[in-house]
Design a protein around this ligand. Structure first.
Ligand code: B12
Length: 217
């Protein structure tokens, strides 16, 4: 079956059309993992490229991510039954003292579209909450967001607390948010930084890749 209508509707940010096309594909017997890997993930990669070259802006990104999330909801029950193996679990949240979550939600949606299981802890998340969620869900990655320069120290202490908890040697930490820079990420000992949601999805895939780039900045 031609999956281009799913891809196209995500690119257009049309959630209703994406849901309908995903239902149609499932009814036609297309496996949910094929819908994900052959249509949804490539669509989000295209969206990321359009964003990177300045053709798409945040509203288009948000609409595409919403359409993609809606399709993931259609596939979720069947994906679980078909034994689809996620790329890993990402625990994400905005650090303590910070209530901004629009960009973080966008990152979470892009990660989900890239095949990760995502556990979103919300905003104002204490280091202990990140540690508990990463441990309880055997997370591959913890992703921290901060939008205030005054909460950058909380990001640093969260990275420190996660390292001190020594959950497992493959745990990767990625950071982002408007005041965060590549330099800052390196300085606080994070494994990677990305400036936007498509970059975050690409970074996450690199971090869990064969070499598990411990410094993918
Ligand atoms: C919306 C908003 C709010 C909303 C938040 C609503 C919500 N649910 O999120 C409200 C009104 C609550 C708010 C409150 C405050 N805000 Co405010 N807010 C903003 C605003 C206008 C937009 C932020 C936003 O959503 N951007 C759009 C998203 C898509 O972009 P983004 O968040 O940067 O995310 C992208 C990347 O950074 C990256 N990314 C984000 N997270 C992560 C994580 C990882 C792991 C990775 C890899 C990447 C990544 O990917 C995202 C998508 O591409 C900004 C100004 C601006 N233009 O940015 C101010 C701004 C962030 N706020 C600011 C301030 C000062 C405040 C307040 C202190 C105001 C006050 N005096 O009360 C409070 C603080 C409350 C608190 N404790 O957090 C300042 C921060 C200044 C600074 N440098 O510290 C800003 C910059 C405004 C300004 N120019 O002064 N705010």
């Amino acid at each position: 079956m031609d999956l281009s209508s799913i891809k196209q509707s995500v690119l257009l940010g049309d959630a209703e059309a994406t849901i309908a096309a995903a239902h149609e594909a499932v009814a036609a017997g297309v496996s949910p993992s094929s819908i994900l890997t052959d249509a949804l993930i490539p669509a989000m990669e295209d969206v990321g490229n359009l964003f990177a070259c300045g053709e798409y802006f945040v509203p288009e990104l948000l609409m595409a991510a919403r359409a993609m999330s809606a399709a993931v909801e259609v596939l979720r029950p069947t994906l679980a039954r078909s034994g689809y193996k996620a790329a890993g679990t990402v625990v994400i949240g905005t650090v303590q003292g910070d209530l901004h979550d629009i960009g973080k939600r966008l990152v979470a949606m892009m990660l989900e579209g890239s095949g990760f299981d995502v556990i979103d802890l919300g905003t104002d998340v204490a280091p202990e909450q990140f540690i508990a969620a990463a441990r309880d869900n055997d997370a591959a990655i913890v992703a921290l967001s901060a939008l205030l320069s005054t909460t950058l120290p909380a990001m640093e202490s969260t990275v420190g607390a996660l390292r001190a908890a020594a959950l497992h040697e493959n745990l990767r930490i990625m950071v982002g948010g408007a005041p965060v820079t590549d330099d800052f990420a390196r300085r606080i000992g994070a494994d990677g930084y990305a400036p936007d949601a498509p970059g975050a999805a690409a970074l996450a895939r690199r971090l869990v890749g064969p070499h598990g780039d411990a410094d993918a900045n």
